[in-house]
Design a protein around this ligand. Sequence first.
Ligand SMILES: [Mg+2]
Length: 299
Amino acid sequence: MSELDYIRWIRSQTPKAPRVLLGPGDDAAVVDWATGKPCVVTTDMLLEGSCFRLAEAGPYLVGRKALAVNLSDIAAMAARPVAAVISVGLPRQGGREIAAELYRGARELADQFETPIVGGDTNSWDGPLVISVTILGEATDRGVVRRSGAQPGDWLLVTGPLGGSIQGKHLTFIPRVREALRLHEVADLHAMIDISDGLAQDVNHICEESHCGAVLTAEAIPITEAARKMSDAKSPLQHALSDGEDFELVFAVSREDGERLPRAELGMVKIGECVAEGLWLEECGVRKPLEVRGYVHEF
Ligand SMILES: [Mg+2]
């Protein structure tokens, strides 16, 4: 299949969307931004061998994940996704089938979040699969939520259980876009981040940007079944604290908002509080320094 055939096929698969004035097939796409709200842009590139194993995950789930991680970043800003562009570097071997399945995986999730895929680029080469997604989102009337803004005394909450995502959740998670928008309506979100590097590390990102500290309560941290079943040297709690790619949201709100939120209904759990400085783990009432050991890209 040539790139032209692929574009023709994608055009035939692309439904009309109200804000897409011009979709795939021209030199650039045109998206209606007459709402006047700020554009929130995020991009993420996934590399075979580093971010996924194509033979294990299959191209459908890789396409889905590439879109999902970007939706998660839009969620972390409490913004609304509007449109996506996807670029791929396809391996020459089997590129045609991979291209179709990548698109299908991305498209199914995009449809669930009403995020039309408006364009992209397709190349093939002698290297492994590379897929890069960019999402254009839109701030709500309440603006975006940044990592800065947490204050000592704030509660820290998380949207779901953590750890062991390598067992499958890193490919199949549902980005917390709806939860973030709902929270943004009912509470004054001081700071928020999606957990990509691991809970301890991502809470540390909030602390650094907010110039405060945090104490996490070991017994309160929700842990996935997957993390409990892992049989390596790490405890389930250690998995929950340091495993990457959970893609839940961690956020800081005032104590008053924290108490008021329908936490059980929203599936949210208080895991700690912000303090003046330091990063701490409190276990059985004893406070110890929390080592930040999450995933870091080295280069
Ligand atoms: Mg993020």
